[in-house]
Design a protein around this ligand. Structure first.
Ligand code: NOJ
Length: 747
């Protein structure tokens, strides 16, 4: 078998070329020459601001000391500070009072919007609409930059296969191809075409690397993955972000194959800065440097600082490790000045790129802040919210609802909730500002009655919250049943509270929390015409509902405009077009479950009574809903698959898609491949192309995909990208399990 090794250092990205050629490098060098060691270490130090915390409060440090350090120029960045007044106040201290006046970077978790919220990232990913995703990140950057923020800790590009992990809500799901495309769209959206524009903020691809593979989905847990998974699944979205000019990368809390990410030389020096030529800087995660002591990788904070700096973690978030020990470590010869200089160069470069040296207050325009906040870009967030909704089931065409339907019951406390749909990670937004489902509903019809029926949660659900689930109170069930009996159709809004997913929110159960399953079954007994509107931050194992409830609409947590987006789909003004970015399991025991798994030696049963095959005795191996799945109010038919292999370097695959239903709609056509034999076994299917388009009834479109070496190769276990000639299966269709199939040979 002949193998082509393709150079993975590839070409320099646009922004790297820019770095290499313009005068920023000269300015960085000149400034570096003037800096003392303390000032250099200062640039590698990030403090949390004085207002909010997004991690456990550290033992070290206090407000007085932080102010002193700002004055001395011993702080390179702060996080969690927002508002032009607050930002200006701190920026003035460093610019006016420190010796060299090097401006600060203001970092913030702008994850899905800032004050005006888009859907949570997992939901947005269900849109498969890269343009809409980029626009949503752009809108977030416009708002965040207006309130003083110049750096977002987003996008999270961790690929994840386990719905138990709370942070699945922050990412793009399970697939590295889709995840890479979405990561690129988000980086472009945040950074814009020109990083020095006033509405551009620098992006941060996180968490490098492997955090999405925490064992058993338990937050902060161990990660142990093989080379093939690392190179082919975990790393590609980071590489794509780097190639597309992402300014910063955040390392991770987790240990990867025994080495904490923050102290991982192989990841940060060899791969990221070495092979990929990353020119920006690496920020640690919150106290992840200090946590190397807890991991048993450093004996104390001083050694943690030594390991992290040498491994290429350029800036320390809230560990107090660098500020306390780095100067001493350099003097003792444990950390070379070259390591410090390299880190500082990287930080300064980003500050120059942002234009902060030309105008440190460019993000502190109070008038712009007021105007931007007064005119939120609701159209953008509403558009992406509609596109993020996935129709999972629509038996008997219960949806769309008729606007003149006489008797509709709306049931469930989430229907009237203005806070939960905002999702997690929304420190810039005001609590309870989402359009609720009921508010959205009322714009379409007055023919409905509402029964709140059994609160999902007890206790405060605004930040800082005490999220207690209602596991017992069924006292209002009778009212719901009565209402359902008198209605033609029942819309039940059930799911997770917005704070049940996100950092630190792993779950062992993937069912409808609290008494909601009981409620669903009770209502089903009296009226089977149920439209289940799900709100959740992760795939749920809603197996009973999938078997019994005729219509299910996945609406995630859709942000500020949630209720309007949901109502527009319920009443048919928008035809749902979303497709799942993550597999829905039938039960927790199937997790991790994902479409692009390897084959086993015993993938199928030879007979009905076969025992020795790869299966469960008590559950199917199939998912409840597969990756890429989602229905529409219309129907799409695929035909005429053709594969042209005349150019081995650019194989063309085309198919015709026809709208055979009665409504206009959007479809996401997906291309999957499977190499039958290779030197490292290939997944049963891998997404290698998709296109979203709209078709009127009876309209057809020929879609064409290109398969080049970029799509056909893979990383071998030495980390080299190889393209091996051979036979491939191929599928073009509407999800990862259904479509037109063909085969081809790559010579
Ligand atoms: C910890 C999280 O893991 C990270 O994603 C976030 O950006 C930082 N805290 C800052 O809030």
């Amino acid at each position: 078998m002949s193998v082509t090794i393709v150079c993975i250092t590839a070409s320099l990205s646009f922004s790297q070329q820019k770095f290499a050629t313009d005068s920023i490098e000269i300015k960085v060098e000149a400034l570096l020459q003037r800096m003392t060691l303390e000032e250099k270490v200062g640039q590698m130090n990030q403090y949390n601001g004085f207002w909010e915390v997004t991690g456990p409060a550290p033992k070290e440090g206090n407000a007085k000391q932080k102010y002193e350090h700002l004055k001395k120029g011993w702080v390179g960045s702060v996080l969690n500070v927002q508002g032009t007044t607050n930002v200006r106040k701190l920026q003035e201290i460093v610019v006016k009072e420190s010796r060299l006046g090097i401006p600060l970077l203001f970092g913030f978790d702008v994850i899905h919007g800032h004050k005006t919220l888009s859907p949570i990232p997992l939901a947005e990913s269900a849109s498969w609409d890269l343009e809409a995703i980029e626009k949503s990140a752009r809108a977030a950057a416009v708002e965040a930059s207006a309130v003083g923020i110049n750096w977002t800790f987003a996008p999270m590009v961790d690929i994840t296969r386990d719905a138990r992990w709370g942070r699945v809500m922050e990412g793009a799901g399970e697939d590295p191809y889709l995840g890479s495309k979405i990561g690129i769209a988000r980086v472009h959206g945040f950074q814009g075409d020109d990083l020095s524009a006033t509405t551009s903020i620098v992006a941060c691809a996180k968490h490098f690397a492997g955090y999405g593979f925490v064992e058993a989905g338990r937050e902060y847990n161990t990660v142990d993955v093989g080379t093939s998974t690392l190179y082919n699944i975990i790393l590609p979205p980071f590489k794509a972000a780097v190639e597309n000019g992402v300014g910063t990368v955040m390392n991770a809390f987790n240990v990867l194959n025994g080495v904490p990410s923050t102290g991982n030389k192989f990841l940060q020096r060899d791969i990221l800065k070495g092979r990929w030529g990353f020119n920006g800087f690496v920020i640690s995660d919150w106290a992840s440097g200090a946590e190397m002591v807890d991991h048993g990788f450093a004996k104390d904070l001083k050694q943690a600082a030594e390991i992290a700096a040498n491994a290429g973690s350029d800036m320390d978030m809230e560990s107090y490790a660098y500020i306390t020990y780095l100067k001493q470590l350099e003097e003792e010869g444990k950390v070379d000045i070259k390591v410090v200089d390299d880190a500082v160069r990287r930080v300064l470069r980003v500050k120059y790129e942002l234009g902060l040296f030309d105008n440190p207050y460019k993000y502190c325009d109070a008038k712009r802040e007021e105007e931007t906040i007064a005119h939120p870009d609701k159209a953008t967030v509403l558009d992406i919210a509609k596109k993020s909704i996935v129709l999972l089931k629509n038996e008997n065409n219960l949806l769309p609802l008729s606007k003149n339907q006489q008797h509709i019951a709306v049931i469930g406390s989430l229907a009237n909730d203005k806070n939960s749909p905002l999702g997690n990670w929304r420190f810039g937004a005001t609590d309870s500002t989402a359009v609720s489902v009921l508010e959205g509903f009322s714009k379409y019809t007055t023919h409905f009655k509402y029964a709140k029926c059994a609160n999902l949660t007890l206790g405060k659900t605004i930040f800082p919250f005490e999220l207690k689930l209602n596991e017992t109170d069924t006292s209002e069930f009778a009212e719901a049943e009565q209402l359902a009996k008198q209605s033609d159709v029942v819309v039940m809004v059930l799911g997770e509270h917005g704070f049940q997913s996100g950092e630190g929110r792993s779950r062992t159960k993937l069912d409808l929390p609290g008494v909601q399953q009981q409620l669903l079954e009770a209502v089903y007994k009296v009226n089977k015409n149920i439209v289940l509107v799900l709100m959740n931050g992760r795939p749920l194992a809603i197996t009973w509902a999938a078997e019994h409830i005729p219509t299910i609409l996945e609406t995630w947590q859709l942000g500020t405009e949630a209720g309007d987006a949901i109502a527009s789909v319920l009443f048919g003004d928008y035809n749902p077009s979303g497709k799942l970015p993550m597999t829905f399991p039938r039960s927790v025991g199937q997790c991790p479950i994902y479409y692009n798994h390897y084959n086993t030696g015993r993938a199928t049963a030879k007979s009905k009574d076969e025992v020795f095959w790869s299966h469960y005795t008590d559950e199917s191996v199939k998912p409840l809903y597969p990756f890429g799945y989602g229905l529409s109010y219309t129907k799409f038919k695929y035909s005429n698959l053709s594969i042209d292999t005349s150019d081995a370097k650019n194989i063309k695959v085309s198919a015709t898609v026809t709208n055979t239903g009665t409504k206009s709609g959007e479809e996401v056509a997906q291309l999957y491949i499977h190499q039958k034999v290779a030197s490292v076994v290939r997944p049963v299917k891998e997404l290698k192309g998709f296109e979203k388009f709209s078709l009127k009834p009876n309209e057809s479109k020929v879609i064409t995909f290109s398969l080049t070496d970029k799509e056909l190769g893979f990383y071998n276990n030495e980390g080299n990208y190889v393209v091996e000639p051979g036979d491939f299966d191929l599928m073009v269709g509407s999800n990862s399990q259904e479509g037109l199939v063909g085969t081809f040979t790559r010579k």
